[in-house]
Design a protein. Structure first.
Length: 342
């Protein structure tokens, strides 16, 4: 059973939280004195000390799930049990499987993964330098797939970025789809990626209204790899700098809708932004946002970014990439100036 990555932070009585270890996932099979270890993709592993410890457990048949940690002395962090002496446990709720697991007399290098009882366990993970935490539904059965009943919350970094564009919303989403953000590198405005999570409907609509007032024809990014394509506002032939076309005898009437264009909007005058069906819009880089993300990719893009809020106290030209020193995100809303919708 694999956990699904989430950008959300939540808690509740129906969930338990565990530390996420930075190691290799291993399934341990015991039948009599024989012990076999396999990774999640079924590759065999040979770890004699671990195999000996599992062989000594007082049961003829066992299947354990855990993670091997190579940092310091070898340790196998056991968090689930799938089989016990001919009994399939995978259809039992997680709480019941954990109760059975607690009865096993585990000794090093076997370590039982304990439940975290912190109000905000992801904050503890950040402070102690863990990779993150895993949230698991107490009533979840063990599934042979990546499941939404197990969610991994990875520790985040955070820094300011500047909005240089946005995409149109899809489906039932309101306002906008994603923000296109970047940072300054000398005189260059560098594209850093897209942010599509961390919004509520009110913020989506408020941001769209602000961004519409800043819209421009061309991308403001001067260094950009993987930038979504956009198009300039549509102006028909002969309409540069002119008023809407009006046919003879129609002076004083509303702008004419040409044949075949019934139901379309009137032609837009010079100086206004034409509403087109293009998916990408460009804006003057004036809005600074605070962004949480897991890491920078090898292509210098944000990995799993989410919006934390708007920074009204930061000038766009002050925003640079904080290479190797992006601020660890300890508390959502740690900055008083980070206020969605402000």
């Amino acid at each position: 059973m694999a956990a699904t990555l989430t950008q959300e932070r939540f808690s509740g009585p129906e969930w338990i939280f565990e530390r996420k270890f930075d190691g290799i996932r291993l399934l341990a099979y015991k039948k009599g004195s024989r012990v076999e270890l396999f990774s999640r993709n079924r590759l065999p592993h040979t770890i004699p000390a671990l195999a000996r410890a599992i062989a000594k457990l007082p049961h003829k048949e066992l299947i354990l799930d855990g993670e091997i940690d190579w940092h310091g002395p070898t340790a196998y962090h056991v968090f689930d049990i799938l089989w016990l002496d001919g009994r399939d446990l995978t259809n039992l709720p997680l709480d019941e499987r954990r109760a059975i697991l607690r009865k096993l007399p585990l000794v090093r290098p076997l370590l039982r993964v304990t439940e975290l009882h912190d109000e905000a366990p992801w904050e503890r993970a950040q402070k102690q330098g863990w990779e993150g935490v895993i949230a698991k539904r107490r009533d979840s059965v063990y599934e042979q797939r990546r499941s939404p009943n197990w969610l991994k919350m990875k520790c985040e970094l955070a820094q300011e970025l500047v909005v240089g564009g946005f995409t149109e919303p899809q489906g039932k989403r309101a306002g906008l789809g994603a923000l296109l953000v970047g940072y300054y590198e000398g005189n260059d405005f560098v594209f850093a990626g897209k942010i599509g999570t961390g919004f509520n409907t009110q913020l989506l609509l408020e941001l769209r209204a602000k961004l519409d007032r800043l819209e421009i024809d061309k991308p403001p990014f001067t260094k950009a790899v993987g930038l979504p394509r956009g198009s300039s506002p549509t102006v028909r032939k002969g309409e540069r700098g002119s008023s809407p076309t009006v046919r003879e005898g129609e002076r004083g009437s509303s702008p004419t809708v040409r044949e075949g264009e019934r139901g379309s909007s009137p032609t837009v005058r010079e100086g206004s932004v034409a509403r087109t069906s293009r998916a990408t819009h460009w804006v003057r880089p004036e809005i600074v946002v605070q962004v949480g993300f897991i890491q920078w990719t090898k292509h210098n893009k944000l990995r799993h970014p989410r919006l934390l809020g708007i920074r009204n106290d930061k000038h766009p030209r002050e925003v640079v990439r904080e290479v190797g020193a992006a601020l660890p995100l300890l508390v959502r809303g740690a900055f008083e100036s980070v206020k969605p919708g402000a």
